[in-house]
Design a protein around this ligand. Sequence first.
Ligand SMILES: C[S@@+](CC[C@H](N)C(=O)[O-])C[C@H]1O[C@@H](n2cnc3c(N)ncnc32)[C@H](O)[C@@H]1O
Length: 265
Amino acid sequence: MTTVRYLPWQELFAIFPRLVEDTLTTGVSVCDIGGGANPRLGPDIVRERHLNYLVLDISQDELDKTPPEYRTLCADIGDPDLRLPQQFDLVLSHTLLEHVQNADVVHRNVHRLLRPGGRALHFFPTFHTLPFLANRLLPSGPGEWLLSKVQRGRSADGNHAKFPAFYSWCRGPVAGQIQRFTELGYEVETYLGAFGHGYYRRLPLLDRCESVKQRTLLRHPHPSLTSYALVCLRRPPVGPEEDRLATEADRVTDREQIPSLASRA
Ligand SMILES: C[S@@+](CC[C@H](N)C(=O)[O-])C[C@H]1O[C@@H](n2cnc3c(N)ncnc32)[C@H](O)[C@@H]1O
């Protein structure tokens, strides 16, 4: 049974790090996909909780910006042949999913990366909101120009560069979306949808209209009209014998054996 809730976008942004931290117990393994320049969990919590934390990103340029205390791996989460010799208790992504073209392959890969009983937490913008529709439909030149007008600090050499966006499967908690995840073998535990966004902050009249729209949608929510979503997916646990075999397999394929893993700690 999936818990579906709606809230203002500001609350969803605040909930994501809390939910990630609540999901963690000491010593668990975490893969931050598309973590690039900004891994979601800070180095203090990674150290204090003894997390086995891997930042996986398709871009070596972005990984070169990753703070030096993180282990990194340059790989495409949308590669159908992606195989890692390690599974994770938690796979998380923050504003990655809108940038992948083949969400079904990505979610299949994440399912495979999870230990039985492990969870995936994904935070992403959803397609049916004007700034994100424009981001999808405009060619990169005009798109980047428009973004520079509404948001500062999005240059390619900074930590918040702009990446091509496709919004594959980036939808709110519509029934079809929940079904897609279920068909891939996930339990869809929680699907939160948020209304509103901060892209009109420098355009006061539009910003006021957006606030009115947000309040109206919070009173009369519609899953197709969200601006952001957060989904918590679980790979179902297996029986005790399969669980024991999986854990043993993990032990022999310890992280040191991933050849391309750049441990820069
Ligand atoms: C908008 S940034 C988000 C970075 C970080 N998660 C954050 O919240 O600030 C998107 C990141 O996803 C990475 N990315 C895009 N497509 C990817 C793919 N197919 N596999 C892995 N990483 C990808 C980009 O290189 C970039 O670092």
